[in-house]
Design a protein around this ligand. Structure first.
Ligand code: AMP
Ligand code: MG
Length: 398
């Protein structure tokens, strides 16, 4: 049996290598950028008027002139005008090019316009005010977004501004989600006394859908030959497999032997942890195969602790480790890492974790009461209120 850290290391040294593809910016949100996005021109691309008002030559104002004849109006989206007479002004609109011959913009609120004469109110004026200078934010060819950034609506704003109709992104992996177990029935069925509804596959599928992965669900009965035949075909077609159930020591737990018989190299079976001890991991032709124990909480923990970070790392996304402070004393005797379900409160930036008492690893209902797991190391029995532990959150904590 290996430790949690060893399991993490082994999994993360077998990263997936997602292909790079080009997609329309319309399909890019949620994907990971695989190229830098640079400025196709200066930002802003010209000296831009920031307020509706008038534009003047500051030297005139500074030498005592406060009344200016309006020569013309510079609109946004119109070519640049030139001030003909230095003691006149132009009306200018937000987003317009700053006309030639002027250097200062005074907003309408600070002038009185009568007929075609504008009189500057008695306020302080600074040379160059209300102008957003060309290249002030970013100069042409500078990188605005680095590769390996998750594309959100904020990135879409930049991608479209620089005219990238198509962007290079990492292709979603094709996951096969396979549940095993003769006791499982589909969601829409009424289970008999000895049956339960299938839930693990839907947890994986919805998590993977949320992060833009391509996932297909399969169910296979607890029959060795059937398992072998179906998994053989699935291995051909998919980039990664997540199985649940059938990895323990029961009479119908055929998954590990079937995978090995199909040529999947076993990297480990069993991790010194609770929940999720019977976790099995292997690879074949750069495809990772995660065979998780069927208990819904074990499965959920393993998915969040091992598979999501592996996926983020495969997509070169940064991984942040969060720590949370235990709110109550807690003890756990066995020499295993214990993943304790906790409710998390964010108190002025400090994450406070209160244990949610469960009935062991199968207690599905507790998942909705908790926000994550904290990881309690195996070399201690007593964990004191106030101590900090790594947090595996499965919700947004705000
Ligand atoms: P197993 O790992 O196959 O021994 O299953 C352990 C427990 O998890 C059993 O009580 C199963 O009924 C339950 N279980 C296994 N797979 C699923 C699943 N896909 N959805 C919900 N419960 C499951
Ligand atoms: Mg089973």
């Amino acid at each position: 049996m290996i430790s949690v850290q060893e399991a993490v290391n082994i999994i993360q040294s077998n990263l997936a290598k997602p292909e790079i593809i080009e997609v329309s910016f319309k399909e890019a949100v949620g994907k990971v950028l695989a190229e830098p996005i640079s400025a196709d021109r200066d930002f802003p691309p010209f000296d831009r008027v920031m307020m509706d008002g008038i534009a003047i030559n500051y030297d005139r104002y500074n030498s005592g002139q406060s009344m200016f004849n309006v020569e013309a109006t510079q609109l946004a989206g119109a070519p640049r005008l030139t001030l003909r007479q230095a003691d006149n002004c132009l009306e200018v609109m937000t987003g317009a090019m700053l006309p030639k011959g002027v250097d200062t913009v005074i907003r309408y609120e600070d002038v009185t316009i009568v007929g075609n004469k504008a009189v500057v109110n008695d306020i302080e004026i600074f040379k160059g005010q209300n102008i957003h200078n060309q290249g002030q934010d970013i100069e042409k060819d500078h990188i605005i977004i680095k590769p390996s950034t998750l594309i959100t609506p904020a990135e879409i704003g930049v991608i479209t501004t620089v005219g990238k109709e198509k962007v290079k992104v990492y292709k979603p992996l094709k996951f096969a989600i396979i549940s095993t177990g003769d006791e499982l029935v589909p969601v829409e069925d009424e289970p008999k006394e000895y049956q339960i509804r299938q839930s693990n596959s839907h947890v994986f599928k919805s998590s993977l859908d949320q992060i833009g992965m391509d996932a297909q669900v399969f169910h296979i009965v607890d029959d060795k030959e059937t398992l072998k035949g179906r998994i053989k075909d699935i291995l051909e077609e998919f980039d990664a497999l997540i199985l649940s159930g059938g990895v323990s020591k029961g009479k119908s737990d055929f998954v590990p032997e079937v995978l090995e018989e199909l040529g999947v190299t076993k990297h480990f079976h069993r991790v010194a942890q609770r929940p999720g001890k019977p976790f099995w991991f292997g690879t074949v032709k750069n495809k990772s195969v995660f065979a998780l124990p069927g208990n819904p909480v074990s499965t959920f923990l393993c998915f969040n602790k091992y598979i999501l970070p592996w996926l983020r790392k495969s997509y070169r996304l940064e991984e942040k480790i969060q720590l949370a402070q235990l709110e109550e004393d807690f003890s756990f005797k066995p020499d295993l890492t214990y993943f304790l379900q906790v409710k998390v409160n964010n108190e002025k930036g400090m994450l406070k974790a209160t244990p949610v008492k469960g009935q062991g690893s199968g207690d599905l209902a507790n998942l909705v009461l908790a926000d994550g797991f904290i990881e309690l190391p195996p070399d201690k029995y007593d964990f004191k209120a106030g101590e900090l532990f790594p947090l595996i959150p499965y919700r947004r904590l705000d």
